[in-house]
Design a binder for this molecule. Structure first.
Ligand code: SDX
Length: 424
């Protein structure tokens, strides 16, 4: 099996090593290309470029496979608790019951945020988008825990920062929602588990009047697991690049939150519901919107469709679509937008424009329908994505830092003006 590739250029032949992963993926290692040949490669959007080796998540876009540390997303969704999946992603092994209990207890001890953070919340108008509040408050954690800024801190110190972030993000997320609603803030209840505590802080109008619905808690647990990590997606790559400058975990994750906010990435779940609502308001004419999505002169895209890696189906979308039916039925909710979504999928998957471009529903296509059924408002959907993705971002940052990777600094091809004189 070839362990190298040859590049022929201007009469010379350059031999480049080929790296093979544990799942048989192969990559040409070009780390010495410029030194050997003076050449760099160009790949706008990194569609063909690997930025790192990683042992955290494996995707097979052709077969619709998603595994975290070797465990399939289907099995994790069926059997696991989100906090245990977080532990698996960050520390590499699924926790034993004892380790799981200790980990959850440590998290519980850090769910409170410093009371002075309320002053920062109070500074935001109720019109502030929760994602902007979230990224700002995560960055502000560096002010309350300045030791997190030290890149030479011990592994124990890094773990404390990790625990604090996992513990406090649900509180910050729930408070960003309460701030938007103008409601009083709810404090964490330590006798509740991670998911239940978040639901309590989100929806309890007074501290003891909110009953945790087990169907809602189970759906939330599954949704958080489904979003937990996704190898080198836009926001994870952002966290890695920011962290590679030796910026703190809080600063790196705040950058990841902002990358996720974009509607082509995590912001798509909000854009999907807004799209479905627009189609519903426009009489539910699915064919009209399929035509708009295909029209190159029309900026409309079918949000929640397409993926850089998955070219047959997104396994997460399949799981969420099934959960949609279960949760809505269990809660006795009929949501017209679910019918519109299913019709859109049905029509699109028979249309050559989508089939030829291998465009299928992705994780964002159905998730908003469940979030809404749970009572999550639309502009909190991407915050929910961030809550789920947090352990993935932490795991990617930790792997990059432990490997002592070089600062991420891509090259470019300059196409601007050649040297010229300033005649003034
Ligand atoms: C997430 O990377 C990850 O893993 C991300 C994620 C994660 O867990 O982290 O999975 C989460 O971000 C999911 C994606 C959510 N975004 C959306 O649903 C927004 C709508 N989708 C697209 O914008 C698009 O499909 C992307 C951004 C998801 C992928 O873009 P690519 O890989 O750069 O593909 P492309 O834009 O080059 O599209 C290829 C072709 C183009 O047509 P042609 O130029 O070949 O004629 O497909 C077309 C595109 O115009 N196309 C679409 C389309 N998506 C792609 N046409 C209509 N509707 C769409 N949704």
């Amino acid at each position: 099996m070839a362990k190298s590739a040859e590049l022929h250029f201007e009469g010379k032949v350059y031999e480049l090593p080929v790296v093979e992963g544990t799942e048989g993926e192969k990559a040409v290692d070009i780390s010495k290309l410029r030194g050997q040949s003076g050449l760099i490669t160009l790949d706008v959007g990194f569609k063909n470029t690997g930025s790192t080796k990683s042992a955290i998540t494996f995707l097979d876009g052709e077969k619709g496979i998603l595994r975290h540390r070797g465990y399939t997303i289907e099995e994790l969704c069926e059997k696991a608790q989100f906090l245990d999946v977080a532990y698996l992603l960050i520390y590499g092994e699924y926790p034993t019951p004892e380790v799981s209990k200790t980990f959850a207890e440590k998290i519980t001890l850090h769910t409170l945020v410093h009371e002075d953070m309320r002053k920062i919340f109070d500074g935001f108008p109720t019109s502030a988008h929760p994602m902007g509040v979230l990224s700002s408050l995560v960055t502000s954690l560096t002010a309350f825990y300045p030791e997190s800024l030290d890149p030479t801190t011990s592994p124990e110190g890094v773990n404390t920062t990790i625990i604090r972030l996992l513990a406090k993000l649900p509180t910050i997320a729930a408070w960003s929602y309460k701030n938007e609603m103008g409601h009083p803030l709810n404090y964490p209840k330590n006798k509740l588990n991670y998911v239940e505590n978040f639901l309590h802080m989100m929806f309890a109008l007074r501290t003891d009047d909110y009953e945790i619905n087990p169907v809602v808690a189970a759906a939330m647990n599954k949704l958080l697991i489904l979003h937990a990590d996704h190898e080198q997606n836009c926001s994870a790559a952002t966290v890695r690049v920011v962290g590679s400058s030796q910026a703190s975990l809080y600063a790196s994750v705040s950058a990841g939150i902002n990358a996720l906010w974009g509607r082509l990435h995590g912001g798509a779940n909000q854009a999907v519901i807004e799209m479905l609502e627009n189609i519903k308001a426009d009489g539910g004419d699915v064919e009209k919107y399929i035509a708009k999505a295909k029209d190159k002169n029309d900026p409309f895209r079918l949000m929640g469709f397409g993926h850089r890696v998955y070219k047959n189906f997104d396994p997460r979308a399949r799981i969420i679509k099934k959960s949609c039916d279960d949760v809505l039925e269990s809660l006795g909710i009929h949501d017209e937008t679910l019918e519109i979504a299913k019709k859109l999928e049905e029509v699109a998957l028979k249309d050559d424009y989508f089939v030829s471009r291998k465009l299928f529903p992705n994780v964002d296509f159905y998730s908003g329908i469940i979030y809404r059924a749970i009572g999550i408002p639309t502009d909190m959907f991407t915050v929910m994505f961030a809550l789920g993705r947090l352990p993935g971002w932490i795991a990617q940052w930790k792997e990059m830092r432990e490997e002592g990777q070089a600062i991420g600094r891509p090259r470019q091809v300059y196409v601007g003006e050649n040297e010229r004189k300033l005649n003034i």
